[in-house]
Design a protein around this ligand. Sequence first.
Ligand code: ADP
Ligand code: MG
Ligand code: MG
Length: 254
Amino acid sequence: MSTLVITDLRANVLTEDGPKEILKGVNLTIKPGEIHAIMGPNGSGKSTLAYAIAGHPKYEITSGSVTLDGVELSELSVDERAKAGLYLAMQYPVEVPGVSVSNFLRTAKTALDGEAPKVRTWVKDVEKALANLQLDKSFAARSVNEGFSGGEKKRHEIAQLQLLNPKAAILDETDSGLDIDALKVVAEGVNQYAAAGDKAVALITHYTRILRYIEPTYVHVFVGGQIVESGGKELGEKLEAEGYEQYVSAIANA
Ligand code: ADP
Ligand code: MG
Ligand code: MG
């Protein structure tokens, strides 16, 4: 089972001018089999939420907690959080020059499982994940994210998601910069992962269009470092029509 519980989470981004509070008390519970869309305007702190949960060194949790199946993540290293079952697909995936996709995936899988995957099944699994994301076989030999198009970066993040098969996934703007065909492929890749039925998925996005292809269990509006409204997928439709303006001004006037 995979339950992600975020309680009163406050976090700072560490800037050159010192720490700056971005997350101002986030509460969210994602139960097994649920997909939660977290939607908000630029600069509202969505990526900060993702990075704080994943343990990025530029972000510090100042109070509150994040647990995955009862394990407190905030006290763990990045690697330990991944071992506990957390995966973050980053908004801006980083380049790893000189490391092939194939070696990168194998190293990640080995680190997570504590033993190397069996060569025969692993090669097939990699081919399948790449095919699912409509990436050519030759893609496995390329350096991670080096010279990848925006779409290839996102497809690779989701191929990785399928192979590592974590309990919980935070997908940060996995839809951004994709044309409609790539969006469908990436959405289908996420749906294939989530089809196991016991995953906790947070789908962070700026736009509602991905929700046409990935059906969220709940939709949350994220503004000013907080969830300000929650609802079903009809809330996504309302945002599509009305935008975030009313929520932004409500915060500004509070
Ligand atoms: P979102 O993902 O919703 O667009 P972010 O989490 O990226 O929002 O950013 C939240 C806020 O934190 C923004 O106001 C942004 O300017 C600020 N921020 C993020 N990183 C830094 C940084 N390194 N230095 C200063 N401010 C930062
Ligand atoms: Mg942004
Ligand atoms: Mg962001």
